[in-house]
Design a protein around this ligand. Structure first.
Ligand SMILES: [Zn+2]
Length: 208
């Protein structure tokens, strides 16, 4: 559930970001609208749900978070991906974006990939996406949330260092999500966003 929260944190930000400046049709538009419902339950119920899980108490908080991770995220995924059409003209892949790109890049490093869960790494990726997109106030809100439930705010918490970042960005530029990043993404801009996130995260933790 802990890593599931980290993974589901990506849904609204990645989908809304990937859909930007696209010619949207009915089904992905529905997916984008549903994605907008995925963040708040995690913020409102996530910490309590984790505590209730530890204590083996069935509560509404657990139910709300489970519905978010499984149902909301599942619906959005089904509505926002359409691939491998014969002529590829109608293909789209709005289901994930730069947060998962951080995960794909991080998976190159065994010390990260073997010791840290998918959703844990993705939750750091969400911070990087928000930095990349200039949503710094929202990112700072997620420093607080991540830290409150033990999700990472820095590269070091997922066994990575700034030296690893160019390889992460290079891998990111090779995956399907990269094609749907709005604007003209460059590895350099992504590297700078990840490094800036790590720096801000270290400053955030130093003041805790
Ligand atoms: Zn994921």
């Amino acid at each position: 559930m802990w890593a599931g929260i980290g993974d589901a944190l990506s849904k609204e930000y990645e989908v809304v970001f990937a859909c930007r400046k696209k010619n949207m049709t009915h089904t992905p538009l529905l997916g984008k609208a549903i994605a907008a419902a995925s963040t708040e339950p995690l913020i409102n119920f996530g910490k309590k749900a984790l505590g209730d899980c530890k204590n083996n108490v069935p509560t509404e908080a657990i139910e709300q978070v489970a519905l978010d991770i499984i149902i909301t995220a599942g619906l959005v995924s089904n509505f926002t991906v359409h691939e491998n059409n014969p002529d590829h003209a109608e293909d789209y892949y709005y289901n994930s974006s730069l947060a998962h790109c951080v995960y794909y890049g991080a998976s190159l490093f065994p010390q990260c990939e073997q010791q840290h869960l998918h959703g844990e790494i993705v939750s750091f990726g969400v911070l990087c996406l928000l930095t990349y997109d200039g949503q710094l106030e929202e990112r700072n809100r997620f420093f607080e949330f991540n830290h409150s439930i033990g999700l990472p705010c820095t590269l070091g918490e997922i066994a990575l260092t700034p030296d690893d970042v160019p390889a992460i960005a290079h891998k990111a530029a090779s995956v399907v999500e990269w094609k749907y990043v709005p604007g003209n993404p460059t590895e350099e801009r992504f590297i700078n966003a990840i490094l800036a996130t790590d720096k801000a995260g270290r400053e955030f933790l130093a003041n805790k």
